[in-house]
Design a protein around this ligand. Structure first.
Ligand SMILES: [Zn+2]
Length: 114
């Protein structure tokens, strides 16, 4: 379960930022997870509940914002939603596009600290 490692590094980032800001506790985190990031939001949430106790982020709320996958076809000059996570085939012309506009996000986007 690689979500555990991801949760640990996100927590590390959160604690480093909190310390840098002179805060002692993390009350909440918002993490953006793209549909193509390879991260299962539920597994990530579970990983957080396992690692937060005993840290300054114990009891922090965790919000996971899912970002849908959007690919772009340069031939049709249109965005489309790929139907699999591996091949981005334009539904109009069938061209395989490697151009992903969103969906690979994995970011700590907001932090609530005191
Ligand atoms: Zn196309």
């Amino acid at each position: 379960m690689h979500e555990l490692g991801i949760a640990e590094s996100a927590l590390q980032v959160a604690l480093t930022r909190a310390t840098a800001a002179g805060a002692t506790r993390v009350l909440g985190m918002v993490i953006r997870v793209g549909a193509l990031s390879g991260v299962d939001p539920e597994a990530l949430r579970f990983a957080f509940t396992a690692i937060l106790p005993g840290t300054p982020a114990e009891g922090a709320t965790l919000q996971i914002d899912s970002v849908a996958a959007v690919a772009y076809c340069p031939d049709c000059q249109q965005d489309f939603v790929p139907d699999t996570n591996h091949f981005f085939e334009c539904p109009t012309c069938g061209r395989l596009s490697a151009s992903v506009k969103q969906g690979r996000e994995l970011d700590l986007v907001r932090l609530e600290i005191v």
